[in-house]
Design a protein around this ligand. Structure first.
Ligand SMILES: [Zn+2]
Ligand SMILES: [Zn+2]
Length: 409
């Protein structure tokens, strides 16, 4: 990582959040972007992959309180115009006078040299800590400052992935394989970026600062070194695996148990299954969002299963025994004579078992009115109609009588 990378990148706009965003807002924005841009979802789309990397990098910094503070401070300093030069590149701070402190101002070049040199500990004080903290994040040699200080151990990033399982598996629980794509240190060069056996050399033009100074009239401008693109080092033989990028997208495969009773859209947290922590820190967490495919017959309402059973009018009027499927087999359901259409029956314990509780199966009986009738059935129904004298809607009949219903007799 170099000075140029940090002062030019706006990690907040990368994630589409304001600078005042809370940790939760940042996490939410990142999750959404990571989901949309995930390489599994955008195979062969290099633009999405680049954006995915950029978003991951932004989240890596902004999700860590200490790193975020350093980043904010560094950008505030750069934008404040406290430094001489820097062309127009100070970023969205904008308003600062690019010619800043004039003769008395602090020169960022000096600051960076102090930060990296190791020899000049006293000089810039707190500032050098800020910059050395930022610029050494890449770990390994060849950073802009060359500071040998080991990177601090940090918690790895959280990851999120999605899985789709069947209705039955959601009820019973299931083991699923997960393929995780993540950004990790290149295993070939161990994050150095150079071909094994070679090492990056300090850029001879900028002496490793990543910046060059150009004089224009009485002003001096600092700008990113064109020779090394602001990285401060030259890689003559790039690592064949990461092409000098220092990190690679890797696929990790793991199997996880989805517990019984999970519902559609539920997010499961797998502690310690996220990205490994840089510098030997603890791994982040993995979140698995579970999508459950609908069942042909059964529905779900919490821990209860639901099932609608079509019946005939005679079955409800005369009563019947119904054979009703459950998820694991079937049960006999006694429907008494005179049962109303739409009545619900409860089959105890035939629902979803989750931890210590088991739901029920709720069976709704619903009259199916035949669309076609055989001549025989029609005749029987007409005889039934003639024989049944009870009024099915006495309340309505009474209301109509009260109105003295003008029309029909
Ligand atoms: Zn250079
Ligand atoms: Zn590599």
């Amino acid at each position: 990582m170099s000075a140029k990378d940090y002062y030019e990148k706006d990690f907040y706009s990368e994630l589409g959040v304001p600078k005042t965003a809370s940790a939760a807002e940042i996490k939410k924005a990142y999750r959404k972007l990571a989901r949309d841009l995930h390489p599994d979802k955008n195979p062969g789309n290099t633009q999405a992959e680049e954006k995915f990397k950029a978003v991951s990098e932004a989240y890596d910094v902004l999700s860590d309180d200490a790193k975020r503070k350093e980043y904010d401070e560094a950008r505030d300093l750069l934008a404040s115009g406290a430094f001489r030069g820097f062309g127009g590149g100070a970023g969205p701070g904008g308003g600062g006078n690019p010619f800043g402190g004039g003769a008395g101002g602090i020169n960022l070049d000096d600051l960076l040299r102090n930060a990296g040199g190791g020899a000049g500990g006293g000089g810039a004080g707190g500032f050098s800590d800020i910059f050395s903290g930022l610029f050494n994040r890449g770990g390994g040699a060849g950073g802009a400052t060359g500071n040998p200080r080991a990177s601090r151990a940090r918690k790895g990033s959280d990851l999120e992935t999605e899985v789709r399982i069947s209705f039955t598996d959601a009820v019973n629980g299931v083991s699923v394989p997960l393929n995780l794509t993540e950004r990790g240190t290149c295993p070939t060069c161990h994050g150095v970026g150079a071909k094994p056996g070679t090492s990056p050399r300090t850029c001879p033009i900028c002496q490793g600062t990543g910046l060059t100074t150009r004089n224009q009239g009485s002003f001096a401008f600092s700008e990113p070194c064109a020779n090394c693109h602001g990285t401060g080092s030259i890689i003559d033989d790039p690592c064949p695996t990461c092409h000098g990028e220092r990190t690679v997208l890797t696929t990790r495969r793991l199997t996880t148990r989805i517990p019984a009773g999970v519902s559609d859209g539920q997010r499961i947290r797998l502690a310690g299954k996220g990205e490994p922590g840089p510098g030997g820190g603890p791994a982040g967490d993995l979140y698995v969002v579970v999508h459950v495919t609908a069942h042909d017959l059964f529905g779900r309402s919490g821990d209860n299963l639901t099932l609608t059973v079509p019946v005939t009018f005679p079955e409800l009027a005369l009563g019947t025994d119904l054979q009703v499927p459950t998820l694991s087999g079937s049960v006999r359901l006694r429907v008494p004579a005179g049962t109303a259409s739409g009545r619900k029956f409860r089959v105890k314990g035939a629902g979803v078992t989750r931890k210590a509780t088991t739901g029920d199966l709720i069976v709704t009986v619903e009259v199916q009115v035949p669309q076609r009738l055989s001549a025989e059935a029609k005749k029987a129904l007409e005889e039934f109609a003639a024989a049944s004298t009870a009024d099915p809607r006495p309340g309505i009949t009474a209301a109509l009588a009260d109105r003295g219903s003008g029309g029909a007799s």
